[in-house]
Design a protein around this ligand. Sequence first.
Ligand code: ZN
Length: 104
Amino acid sequence: MPDPEGRMSSAEVDFIRTWILRKHKGTMPTCPISLDQIWMVVPQVQQALVYPVSTVTWLPQTAYPYVQVICITCGYAMRFNAAIMGLFPPPVPPTKTEESDAKE
Ligand SMILES: [Zn+2]
């Protein structure tokens, strides 16, 4: 699991490269823009937010970690859900009680 600042170890970056190779049947994907196959794993887990963002209080329940892999030739980026990749436990939807508590 990445550290509290979201930084991944070199073993986790290697895991991501291996995960992509396994899912893409043994080859790195071809960039749809430059047609190269040289990708860089961004070594920090990033966070996607559900839109629209109306309050800060519900961000923890509606923000999802992802890993970004960038084509080093042109900058085209692929994003993968970090929980589905296995870097984090899968997200748990808030219960009815937690939703009503957040609104108070
Ligand atoms: Zn490219």
